[in-house]
Write a protein that binds this ligand. Sequence first.
Ligand code: NDP
Length: 253
Amino acid sequence: MSYDNLTGRTAVVTGAASGMGEATARTLARSGARVALLARRTGRLTELAAKIAADGGTAAVVTVDVTDPDSVTAATARVHEIFGPASVVVNAAGVMLPNPILAARDDEWARMVDTNITGVLRVIRAFVTDLVTAADAGHPADLVNVSSIGAHVAFPDYAVYGATKAAITQLSAMLRTELGPRNVRVTNIEPGLTDTELGSHIDNPELTDQLDGMFIAIPALSADDVADLIAYTVSRPAHVNLRQIVVLPTKQA
Ligand code: NDP
């Protein structure tokens, strides 16, 4: 799927090395946007940029670690150097590291908080002025944050991950009160089970088996399903703000 009115817009997509970020970058590029591809794995981003170019789109590789403030500063400068200011920012970078709270995995807690919350804030800080400037010039401007159904639904052993996603859902709602009056749209998207690499970092075999079981029981969303919603959202007329999207596989309760 593609939408035909993103020509002239520059999109920054984090998490573009895989999953939803990668699919979103491809869909936005097919819809005419110039896309900056942000993640840590340069090789994956380079392959994606080549695919986008082969499809007739425009993309640039911008390697970044969102947990490192200096890396985000350098990436911001690189995006501006290549494409100028952004008018779409999609925060899809994230990690999910479940474990029982009694396992006391403060290494995982720190990584999730720093990637899923502070990393998102760093990217917002980097590009929010671009969004306000685009809106001031009468152009559509979009901040899209990928939260999760885990922001609302309680799963055992996913407490810290769910808490980081609840923070993003609330952050998005609060930012609308500041950015909506400036004509910058803020969209929070809460997907359910989606077939990506997200579960591959789990280091608890029981929880890996549990997640594998969910993928057997429930036909999951694809990353393209979520990308399509994001591209649809940012291609609406500028006064239309889809502010909260909950998207689940039909069979997921
Ligand atoms: P993936 O693991 O496929 O994608 C996550 C992306 O984040 C990767 O491209 C990864 O690239 C990037 N990333 C991770 N850490 C960093 C970092 N420190 N700096 C920069 N980039 C980073 O999973 P999904 O596509 O599923 O995840 C996208 C978002 O969707 C996440 O926020 C996730 O929480 C959320 N989500 C996922 C659901 C699912 O069922 N899959 C359901 C609900 C929400 P690299 O390693 O190269 O840096």
